[in-house]
Design a protein around this ligand. Structure first.
Ligand code: SAM
Length: 203
């Protein structure tokens, strides 16, 4: 997180509350409104460093948690942490081995932004699609996905892909997101399951 994050009030509140990042409040807000994480869910967190979502997840579920990030995540009790790129098949295999049964995938990952808008948006869409495809190999039928995205070019195409895989899909802004930011979260519930698409069978 860059130095701008260290200056704002929400960051200071997060530090006082013992969270590693201000993003903690985004997941709290999303779960209060959409009830995506149930008390025994096993959850995989993609792009989890420094670990504030994992801290929040620990209060939401007694299930197994696993966080993956390019950067090492300072350890948290009873949480599996994996350092690596979640788009890398070898890293994906490690996650699958550690987490044979996954109810929820959350993804707050964002690539390092260059400042070139079109290029950055294309990279975000690419990373989102990778996260969606990986989540589809992990999730149990009926599972949920929360994924950070940015509204802009190709966002509707991404949304169409999510809608093919989940029965319920919403795009929301977290109350903890900075005003003026294009950041949004895709809240996708009730994973259809590979090969279980009744809607497709009826067509
Ligand atoms: C906004 S931070 C996540 C904050 C986290 N939710 C928290 O509450 O502490 C985004 C993270 O995504 C990670 N990331 C981006 N691309 C990734 C990838 N391909 N594989 C793993 N992590 C990735 C970055 O390293 C960064 O730590």
């Amino acid at each position: 997180m860059g130095s701008q994050w260290t200056k704002d009030n929400v960051y200071r509140k997060a530090m006082r509350d013992g969270y590693r990042a201000r993003s903690a409040y985004k997941l709290i807000d999303i779960n209060e409104r959409f009830n995506v994480i149930r008390p025994t869910d096993n959850v995989v967190d993609l792009g989890a460093a420094p670990g504030s979502w994992l801290q929040v997840l620990k209060t939401m579920t007694e299930g197994q948690l696993c966080g993956v990030d390019l950067n090492p995540i300072v350890s948290l009790e009873n949480v599996i942490t994996i350092t690596g790129d979640f788009t890398d098949p070898a890293v994906q295999a490690k996650v699958r081995e550690a987490m044979p049964l996954v109810n929820v995938v959350v993804c707050d990952a964002s690539p390092h932004l260059s400042g070139a808008k079109a290029y950055d948006q294309a990279r975000v869409m690419g990373l989102n699609e990778e996260a969606l495809n990986f989540a589809s190999t992990l999730l149990k039928q009926g599972g949920n996905l929360v994924m950070k995205s940015f509204q802009g070019s190709d966002f509707n195409d991404l949304l169409a892909l999510v809608r093919e895989k989940f029965y319920s899909v919403r795009v929301i802004r977290s109350t903890a997101t900075r005003r003026g930011s294009a950041e949004c979260y895709i809240v996708a519930k009730n994973f259809i399951g590979e090969g279980n698409d009744d809607r497709k069978r009826r067509e």
